[in-house]
Design a protein around this ligand. Structure first.
Ligand code: ATP
Ligand code: MG
Ligand code: MG
Length: 589
């Protein structure tokens, strides 16, 4: 798609497609190899990317960036993006997370593995192959079983500027390593008693190349393979193999994996030499992770917010999780627009939260139906209503649901009524108007939007001086949309809802979850930065069209902002709305 702004990943892909980098990719193994089961024959015409979450939590806005990049590139270049669960760490993983990730990717608008409804890949499907790859490395002299204690191993790894010290087990012959490794697999050694390490270079300036561990003993039940294995591959070993087996071409990850790339390349080269993998192998590219102000994007910290009940759950509308954003009223279009707008770079930076909100506003502006809602209601009584019309009379009114419908779309019409009593916002009446105030004060005329011009005559108060009712008279023959509408000029039109047909609704007014723009930067305790006023629940009165909302319907409450009917709690007869985003950027204040 030439219309899209270029970035370093697009340039690399265009180069590879142009040069046919992967056109010559061939399997080296025999046709019966496990290597073939993932994708069948190589497809040189296509790029393959992947999104490889670990199913140990709910996805967040940073993952949404990664999803949009990987699936977006595959879509734009006619390729395929794989959804793969990187499930090599059994203790922390769970099918609850697997399902939530599947939902999130689907909701964002993407199909994986080249066909709608395909099953996602799982790293655990490759455990047999990985085991075989490990045995090959041992036989070829590229791996050994190390029985040093964890402390010794760490100490002997050395440090920056200080070479490591060879393990006493490093020069053990392959046959002995193989025997030990099989004992590990067969459950003859305790957890942590020994590990399999790649044999690379204990003096490498890149610590990741100082004989990294590639298999460990862990008696843990895996959510997919159960108790079949008591040894599990390390992530750094498993990941390149997963990519290669699935014939990934461009393995795109965040910058913190840059130092792992040499091992990624080393491992795949060894396995190609051994005839286990096709050549050329996939290549890893790194981009800057998303850092968004006023949120934390670490699964561990998000889990802490949930577990310590700082929020109502993973899908609390204040959470930067995909389920939270969705419940807040975010749309897939808004998140895709956001990912495009922030782009892909190779250097870390912070994105302002207002950029995300701007994307939501932009996508809702043209599509969200308008409606009137009074968030802080006071009753307005039209004292001459019965004389101008008749006691109990209700006049039907209407307004378009979409004032600026997209081309080719006809706006639906909202229907509501006006009668003697209506709800207005408390802030729309001032007994003594401040300078420049154009709304209701004694002697002033305003229009009730979509209804009549009225003239304020005063108010009534209770014993505490609190205003209980605003009083006004209706000016007959001024109804919006009739020839008399312009007969009286007014300086303001205010929103309102009829007492007769207005419906009470719970409205959840959300604010930023953290008061600090970088709640977890520089050693700060992010829990100390929580905004104590991030949720205020009010009872509002909404017009009938809003009360008829379906869960997840989005609206613009005129003058207040964009709101969504809560996916979980909203019901017919008991409306619940969440503030998605205000009409204007308020983050600068
Ligand atoms: P966390 O640090 O929140 O636990 P993770 O990186 O461990 O996240 P994974 O499930 O391993 O979570 O991530 C899947 C993919 O999403 C990886 O390719 C990772 O690089 C990417 N990713 C995670 N966080 C971000 C982020 N903030 N910005 C962009 N991509 C991200
Ligand atoms: Mg991870
Ligand atoms: Mg992480």
């Amino acid at each position: 798609d030439a219309a899209k702004p270029s970035n370093f990943l697009r340039q690399i892909i265009e180069h590879d497609l142009d040069k046919g980098t992967y056109a010559s990719r061939r399997w080296a193994g025999s046709p019966g190899d496990a290597a073939h089961h993932a994708q069948g024959e190589p497809d040189p015409a296509k790029i393959r990317t992947r999104f490889p979450p670990e199913p140990n939590g709910y996805l967040h806005i940073g993952h949404a960036k990664s999803i949009c990049i990987n699936f977006g590139l595959a879509r734009d270049y006619g390729g395929i993006c794989h959804l793969r669960f990187d499930d090599t760490n059994p203790e922390k993983e769970d099918t609850e997370y697997v399902n939530s990730i599947i939902d999130a990717v689907k909701w964002l608008g993407f199909d994986w593995n080249g066909s709608a409804g395909a099953a996602p890949y799982q790293a655990s499907d490759y455990f047999d192959f990985m085991y075989r790859a490990a045995e090959y490395l041992i036989e070829a002299g590229h791996a050994y079983v190390d029985e040093q204690s964890a402390e010794d191993m760490r100490a002997n790894r050395g440090d920056f500027g200080k070479p490591g010290i060879d393990s006493p087990y490093r020069s053990r012959p392959p046959a002995e390593n193989l025997m030990r490794f099989r004992e590990m697999r067969d459950g003859q050694h305790a957890d942590g008693a020994m590990v399999l390490r790649a044999k690379i270079d204990m003096a490498s300036p890149n610590i990741n190349l100082r004989d990294p561990a590639i298999y460990r003993i862990r008696r843990a039940t895996h959510h997919h393979t159960g108790d079949q294995w008591c040894i599990y591959p390390m992530y750094t070993f498993a990941h390149p193999i997963e990519d290669a087996l699935e014939q990934i071409t461009h393995s795109i990850c965040t910058l913190e994996f840059e130092d792992q790339r040499p091992f990624y390349d080393w491992l795949l080269q060894r396995l190609i030499e051994g005839g286990l993998l096709a050549s050329p192998p996939p290549h890893q590219y790194e981009f800057a992770r998303l850092n968004l102000t006023y949120v934390v994007t670490s699964k561990r910290k998000l889990a802490q917010l949930v577990n310590e009940h700082k929020v109502s759950g993973w899908d609390d509308p204040r959470m930067p999780t995909i389920v939270g954003l969705r419940r807040r009223g975010y749309t897939p279009q808004a998140l895709q627009l956001f990912a495009e707008r922030i782009g892909v770079t190779k250097s870390d930076s912070w994105i302002d939260y207002s950029t995300l909100e701007g994307c939501l506003r932009e996508t809702l502006e043209l599509t969200a139906h308008r409606g009137m809602a009074v968030l802080n209601p006071v009753k307005l009584v039209l004292t001459n209503w019965d004389e101008v019309f008749a006691a109990g009379y209700l006049e039907p009114c209407q307004l378009p649901a979409l004032p600026h419908p997209p081309e080719g779309v006809e706006s639906p019409t909202r229907h509501f009524t006006i009668g003697k009593e209506v709800w207005i916002e408390r802030e729309d009446f001032e007994e003594v108007p401040p300078k420049g105030y154009k709304r209701l004060f004694p002697g002033n005329k305003v229009r009730l939007k979509g209804g009549y011009v009225i003239e304020c005559t005063g108010c009534t108060k209770d014993a505490n001086g609190q205003i209980t009712e605003v009083l006004a008279t209706v000016v007959g023959d001024t109804k919006s949309g009739t020839p008399g509408a312009d007969s009286v000029k007014v300086k303001a039109a205010i929103t309102w809802v009829g007492v007769a047909d207005g419906v009470s609704a719970e409205v959840r007014m959300y604010d930023r979850l953290f008061l600090d723009a970088q709640p977890d930067a520089g050693g700060k305790d992010f829990l100390q930065c929580l905004n104590p006023n991030s949720l205020k629940v009010v009872t509002a009165i909404v017009e009938p069209s809003l009360a008829n909302a379906q869960p997840d319907d989005k609206f613009q409450f005129e003058r207040h902002g964009y709101f969504v009917a809560d996916r979980i709690d909203h019901q017919a007869g008991k409306p619940v709305f969440n503030l998605a985003v205000g009409l204007k950027d308020s983050w600068g204040k």
